[in-house]
Design a protein around this ligand. Structure first.
Ligand code: ATP
Ligand code: MG
Length: 417
């Protein structure tokens, strides 16, 4: 038997209802805030991700699904959505008409990580991005939208962590101070951090290895070294969040795994998922549009891990499952033919009716109706057919009433809707 690929999963009926509910709720909020859906391809040229996410990030160094196309071009299954959205914004010169664009997109991402609970090789994200806005209002609005979504989905046990990574003005000084700090403790750090300290020193700040955490606890904090503009920006974000009663923590260790971030970064963390504690993450990427060949324009966005969100969502998935409104227990071929017509007519009216068309006994059909959770069963045998009256049984009260066969779908609609 051929099994699915390690790190992939099937999302089955019983689960999909919750996925749909989350997606609908997110879409509703995004549309209420003026975001519009954008759909981008699942494959892009490898170079797009290498240039935007950064050559020396975990994603680009070891997690991408990259392969030569039959024509020889190197392609990659997208590990995230922002790069493609920015590419699209530039390619269609969207900045020329109205530089301010607000997008959302929902879909699969691919990273070759070690599969475990909350970590898959094909996983799903909900993204929202604001392009063309430098004001801290955008940062706070995105974080507010995230908290609104989580509260609508009855997610508890989440906290927003925010940080500022500064800008090309102030980051070099901080990098310098961090490198000094690292050079004094190089021996105590894990092999990854020793390597990182040479190529991507900021990443040492959020290393999960306990001995590195211990070593890094007195490391310089970027928030203490922000330039005037970055400081004012960060303070304004906090002010807006306070105004909207969004509670948050400043997490000066949070650097995020992609190179393109500037200024505000944020994560929504949960205590319910063990090591996979981040349910959403995002930040400003003011330099990215230019790096990818567009104009010098600011932008900010976030990605929600949909798989993880379904695991902590407080909504009971079973309550979302739609049951048939009616089960038609038809006995004999004539009755089955009638049932066929009624099922189509009812479906067309938005009423889901089920039937067993295999000539099973009444008893076995009643059992199936029960298993499907149908609140009503319509019983139709040859006797009913000739008398022009079918029997409608209320499965809860066990009451049975006669319903005229003529125009039956219309009558059923009146009774059960
Ligand atoms: P983590 O720290 O858990 O590796 P990340 O910083 O790599 O997360 P981002 O690139 O910011 O994650 O993606 C945003 C969100 O997507 C994460 O907060 C997480 O919920 C989800 N996510 C990331 N990688 C995976 C994965 N392999 N499987 C499932 N969800 C994931
Ligand atoms: Mg990761």
């Amino acid at each position: 038997m051929i099994q699915l690929i390690r790190g992939c999963k099937d999302i089955l009926p019983g689960e999909t209802e919750l996925w749909q509910k989350i997606e609908e709720t997110a879409k509703e909020i995004f549309e209420d805030f003026g975001f519009r859906e954008i759909r981008i391809p699942i494959m892009e040229k490898t170079e797009l991700f290498a240039r935007s996410i950064g050559e020396h990030t975990d994603i680009v160094e070891k997690e991408m699904y990259t392969f030569p196309d039959r024509g020889g071009e190197m392609l990659t299954l997208r590990p995230e959505a922002t790069a493609s959205i920015v590419r699209s914004y530039i390619q269609h010169k969207m900045y020329a008409q109205d530089p301010v664009r607000k997008f959302y997109t929902i879909g699969p991402m691919f990273r070759r990580e070690r599969p475990q609970k909350g970590r898959y090789r094909q996983f799903y994200q909900i993204n929202a991005e604001i392009l063309g806005v430098a004001a801290p209002f955008a940062d706070a609005q995105l974080i507010y939208m995230l908290t609104l979504l989580f509260s609508r989905l009855s997610v508890t046990d989440v906290t927003a962590h925010i940080n500022s990574l500064g800008c090309p003005e102030c980051r070099p000084d901080f990098r310098e101070a961090l490198l000094n700090y690292l050079s004094e403790r190089e021996e105590e750090l894990c092999a990854d951090c020793r390597r990182r300290s040479r190529i991507n020193p900021l990443r040492t700040l959020d290393c999960k290895v306990p001995k590195c955490r211990e070593q890094m606890k007195d490391a310089p904090a970027i928030t203490d070294r922000l330039c005037g503009e970055c400081r004012t920006h960060f303070e304004k974000v906090q002010k807006f969040l306070h105004a909207m009663q969004v509670s948050f923590e400043i997490d000066k260790r949070m650097v995020r795994g992609l190179d393109y971030y500037t200024r505000t970064t944020f994560e929504i963390l949960t205590g319910s998922l063990g090591a996979q504690s981040a349910v959403a993450g995002g930040g400003r990427y003011d330099g990215l549009i230019k790096i990818l060949g567009g104009p010098d324009m600011p932008a900010i966005g976030f990605a929600i891990g949909l798989d993880r969100l379904t695991e902590i969502c407080g909504i009971n998935a079973e309550s979302l499952q739609r049951k048939p409104a009616l089960y038609i227990a038809a006995l004999g071929e004539n009755c089955q033919d009638k049932a066929f017509e009624w099922i189509c007519a009812l479906g067309q009216k938005g009423i889901c009716a089920e039937s067993d068309m295999e000539g099973k006994s009444l008893k076995s059909q009643m059992k199936r109706a029960d298993r499907l959770g149908s609140p009503y069963v319509l019983i139709l045998g040859e006797d009913e057919l000739s008398s022009g009256q079918a029997l409608l049984r209320n499965m809860k009260t066990k009451e049975q009433t006669a319903v005229p066969i003529e125009n039956l779908p219309e009558k059923i609609k009146e009774i059960i809707k």
